[in-house]
Design a protein around this ligand. Structure first.
Ligand SMILES: Cc1cc2nc3c(=O)[nH]c(=O)nc-3n(C[C@H](O)[C@H](O)[C@H](O)COP(=O)(O)OP(=O)(O)OC[C@H]3O[C@@H](n4cnc5c(N)ncnc54)[C@H](O)[C@@H]3O)c2cc1C
Length: 369
């Protein structure tokens, strides 16, 4: 689903009468906020993607774009503030406290809802990461407002309402959801669904510091230690420049080695369609699509994948899609840039060998001479 050249969202059929006049208590809610997700000192890139999207919404509404940084006192938190400005925020709200060092639902929800109650944003966007999903749900529940999860498009309607579009009915349809009579209007968006905006050297702007009125002994959960998951850290599909994936057309688990060989030869990440995860042929963090990862590589090679809509929504942000499929009528050829109608099991080794020869240092010398 491209976000480029979109028509403005039209009011949904039958909306007349659903929207009442906004209750007085919400009338001074203004501005677009983006939660800047910091985990173990790192800003999640989805926060910058959301600042890019938030910028468009704020400009359409004629309001300001703010970043919200919650973290422990120290350099990493202030670095996140500076980065929020570099990716387009007009102002940043910062809450610093040792109890915000590691993510816990209770203090983060308390601080975020306090911030919302004090400064009243009209729209609040969060990344649909594990942390963002957890936080968004409890913040929306505490504030008794609506939340549209895993959006694929965001826009503002003719009356200024947030039009949040997401897949529905198992991904076969798209629906646009409005939170008409409550504020803030909340949405989460997965990594790589929105394009990364240009980073600028914009100087730091207005910073509003928020005092955290919560003590450690008021929080039930404690973080005793951190055990990194070395397995899942390996797949970096969402941010890979080149991805090779295999589908059911490969016929057997052992044929996935052909996908891995090609990926290794060209320095790519490897992934798969959902049935392969369901069969236990690949781990879940390699799944691409609506219920897996959204990817935005420069090159995506799909071997033996039919191109069902649930797979398509996860890959169509790729610059170049190359599909290998025996069936010339496979849906993947409707959106692939290059289609190769052939048996992937025979073609993948030949392609790997051709790339290996082309990319080996020895061949490079030969080509140069
Ligand atoms: C709620 C929901 C969420 C879902 N989420 C996802 C998701 O995140 N990701 C996802 O991928 N799917 C998802 N799906 C499943 C999706 O609908 C499809 O079933 C799935 O993508 C099909 O996988 P496939 O293309 O590998 O298999 P198939 O649809 O079986 O396609 C196999 C393809 O391989 C071709 N082929 C056969 N032999 C060869 C050969 N030797 N060489 C080359 N080509 C060959 C065939 O022509 C066919 O086009 C979801 C479904 C639901 C209901």
């Amino acid at each position: 689903m491209s976000t480029a050249n979109r028509e403005p969202a039209r009011p949904a059929a039958g909306r007349a009468g659903i929207k009442k006049e906004l209750p007085d208590r919400f009338k001074d809610y203004r501005h677009v906020w983006v939660f800047i997700e910091l985990e173990r000192g790192q800003v999640h890139p989805v926060s910058f993607e959301l600042l890019g999207e938030g910028r468009k919404l704020a400009d359409k509404l004629g309001v300001q774009l703010a970043g919200v940084v919650l973290g422990p006192p120290g350099e990493a938190t202030w670095y996140a503030v500076a980065e929020a400005f570099a990716y387009g925020a007009d102002l940043v709200y910062i809450a610093e406290a040792p109890l915000l060092a590691d993510y816990r639902n209770e203090p983060f929800t308390k601080v975020m809802t306090d911030l919302v109650d004090t400064h009243k944003p009209e729209i609040l966007l969060l990344g649909a990461t594990t942390l963002g999903r957890d936080l968004a749900g409890s913040v929306a529940t505490t504030l008794q407002t609506g939340l549209t999860a895993d959006c694929t498009e965001l826009d503002v309607d003719t009356d200024g309402s947030l039009a949040a579009t997401r897949p529905t009915f198992g991904g076969s349809l798209l629906c646009t959801i409005y939170t008409l009579n409550y504020r803030p209007q909340m949405a989460t968006v997965r990594a790589r669904v929105m394009p990364m905006p240009q980073r600028t050297d914009k100087p730091v702007g207005r910073i509003i510091q928020h005092k955290v009125s919560l003590a450690e002994d008021e929080i039930v959960t404690k973080v005793l230690g951190f055990l990194p998951d070395s397995q899942s850290a390996k797949a970096n599909l969402a941010y890979a420049d080149v991805v090779v994936a295999g589908g059911l057309g490969l016929g057997a688990a052992e044929n996935l080695q052909l996908v891995k060989n090609l990926a290794r030869a060209i320095g790519a990440e490897h992934g798969c369609s959902r049935p392969l995860v369901q069969k236990g042929w690949m781990p879940a963090d390699r799944q691409i699509g609506q219920t897996g990862k959204t990817i935005r590589p420069k090159l995506y090679i799909a071997a033996g994948i039919s191109g069902a809509i649930q797979h398509r929504v996860g890959v169509e942000g790729a610059d170049l899609i190359v599909a290998i499929n025996t069936d010339p009528t496979a849906p993947i050829f409707d959106f692939a840039h290059l289609g190769i109608v052939t048996d992937a099991i025979r073609f993948l080794p030949a392609l790997t060998e051709a790339f290996t020869r082309r990319l080996s240092p020895h061949s490079r010398d030969k080509l140069a001479s």
